[in-house]
Design a protein around this ligand. Sequence first.
Ligand code: TMP
Length: 236
Amino acid sequence: MGKKGLLYEGKAKKVYETEDQDQLIVSYKDDATAFNGLKKGAIEGKGKINNRISNHLMKKLEDKGIKTHLIEEINDTDTIVRRVCIVPLEVIVRNIAAGSLSKRLGLSEGTKLKKTVLEYCYKNDELGDPLVNEYHIDTLELATAKELGQISSMALQINQILTAFLQEVHIELIDFKVEFGRTAAGDIILADEISPDTCRFWDSRTGEKLDKDRFRRDLGGVEDAYEEVLRRLMGE
Ligand code: TMP
């Protein structure tokens, strides 16, 4: 299957149409941005690494019954996925306080949350992806109540599956962001990516950050951290 026209270019990926109207090709880039595009850079090799990490984690989720957009990895940076209409929500799942939650609620980073926290942000760059609740989502008609029920339950299941799997390779899943899409038949499936760009991964033995916070906060060793996550997932 080959790429036809470029459908969309995002901050970290390009999406192409294919000869099959139900399938797209996602191409992962090395580009990295933070703070709604204010900070720009590149992480060498990130495209290849995130393509592999995301596909590996999506396969693990599929094995446990989570429907995803993944069809087939076709080369280092490119993957064929099911075409969906993205629900314009960033669904954030948090196990440990970090990042914007720490700032907003005054919880020091690393505080274990009593219960998993679920948040939604409205995907809208001009508005800076604001935090929204069920009422806002209903008013803006971003998703139906039924869809939101499916989305929240899938997000919590994904958290359980990934937390357990990552624990085996000594990675603590602090928080992550996922996105969902509607298929032509109206089903909700997991879309976008799951990678060190979209998750906080801390080494469970040393506490070292193995994710995009190394780029956001200028901590150095960004490429090495991404490679380390891939190595551990591949059992190397
Ligand atoms: P936050 O603490 O900055 O709100 O981030 C929560 C999680 O969501 C973290 O794992 C990083 C991820 N995330 C994205 O994938 N994309 C984004 O645009 C933002 C702000 C966060």
